[in-house]
Design a binder for this molecule. Structure first.
Ligand SMILES: Nc1nc2c(ncn2[C@@H]2O[C@H](COP(=O)(O)OP(=O)(O)OP(=O)(O)O)[C@@H](O)[C@H]2O)c(=O)[nH]1
Ligand SMILES: [Mg+2]
Length: 300
């Protein structure tokens, strides 16, 4: 299915994307990978912290690495399609291909049906080929040691998680984002080694957006259509509001003009009346004058 480019690694860049549910530690892992304290905003909270894809280019040993952090796949406050569209954007950010998808799972959060949905929608969107490029990262490993559990047991306890990890050829790593600087450096190198090993298995080729499944493509189309419709609706409403506004202004102007004309008319009528009175008086005076002239007597 995958139509891969043969020269993916010619640009000597390793492109890595972190995905997973909200709050599992994607941004914290991205920071660990970039050796940054807080380039990618990472904090606890009930709502999503990362809202849009963000990337950073770093040099690790002699490798150029592009790290892309994504919003959580599942967040009740976000439209799922919107988030997936954002993830598509991140894939475009990684053009021409992604060498590693780090699928992050938190050991401190209980596995819920939502996690399983996340796996499923992940595959529906990216296609079965994505397993070839995926490493499952388990954050908060201290939780396991506190409970005297091993990572293997934790995975086996959840058949769906187990199946997912197996499909990723058992590529999994426990990463403690709360570790000391020294251990963080060691973990960074381990992740990088793991990625390189996977890339070697994949002959240096990466996941490209040509690998999107039909479902993924349809979802993008559907989402774009929805945005287009919303935009059209907003535009129509704006046009209608504008018309109403213009009508109101014209109405007001018309009323003012009518008032002005009425006042002017009143003034004119008064002027005409005054003139009439004046003419009448003048004519009477003239008539009196003429009569007195002809009769030689003054009438009044
Ligand atoms: N103890 C411990 N805390 C961790 C670990 N990884 C992440 N955290 C904490 O978990 C919280 C959530 O981490 P984020 O990196 O913001 O998670 P995220 O997946 O990016 O979250 P969204 O951006 O909201 O999707 C933060 O308080 C982190 O400090 C870890 O390995 N151990
Ligand atoms: Mg985040």
């Amino acid at each position: 299915m995958a139509e891969e480019t043969s020269s993916d690694c010619e640009d000597n860049e390793i492109r890595v994307v972190l995905v997973g549910k909200t709050g599992v530690g994607k941004s914290a892992t991205a920071n660990l990978l970039c050796n940054e304290e807080n380039f990618f905003l990472s904090r606890s909270g009930s709502s999503a912290v990362t809202e849009t894809c963000k990337h950073k280019k770093v040099q690790l040993d002699d490798k150029n690495v592009l790290v892309v952090d994504t919003p959580g796949l599942f967040d009740s406050q976000r439209v799922e399609e919107e988030t997936k569209l954002e993830i598509k954007k991140c894939i475009d950010m990684c053009a021409p291909s992604i060498h590693a998808i780090l699928y992050v799972v938190s050991l401190s959060l209980r596995l819920t049906p939502e996690d399983i949905d996340t796996f499923n929608s992940f595959v529906t969107f990216f296609g079965e080929d994505m397993y070839k490029y995926t490493i499952v990262i388990f954050t908060n490993p201290d939780k396991l040691s506190k409970e005297g559990q091993t990572l293997e047991n934790y995975i086996v306890d959840s058949p769906k998680l187990d199946a997912f990890v197996k499909k990723c050829s058992n590529r999994k790593l426990a990463i403690d984002n709360n570790a000391s600087k020294l251990f963080a450096d060691q973990q960074r190198r381990t992740i990088l080694k793991y990625i390189e090993l996977m890339m070697h298995t994949n002959d240096g080729k990466g996941y490209t957006n040509k690998d999107f499944t039909e479902a993924g493509k349809k979802l993008i189309q559907k989402t774009l259509k929805r945005y287009e419709n919303e935009y059209k609706k907003k535009l129509d409403k704006a046009k209608e509001d504008y018309k109403i506004q213009i009508r109101k202004e014209l109405d007001k102007e018309y009323r003012n003009e009518m008032k002005r004309l009425k006042e002017q008319n009143k003034k004119l009528e008064k002027q005409v009346k005054d003139l009439e009175t004046k003419f009448k008086e003048q004519s009477l005076d003239d008539a009196r004058e003429e009569i007195s002239m002809t009769t030689g007597s003054k009438l009044w």
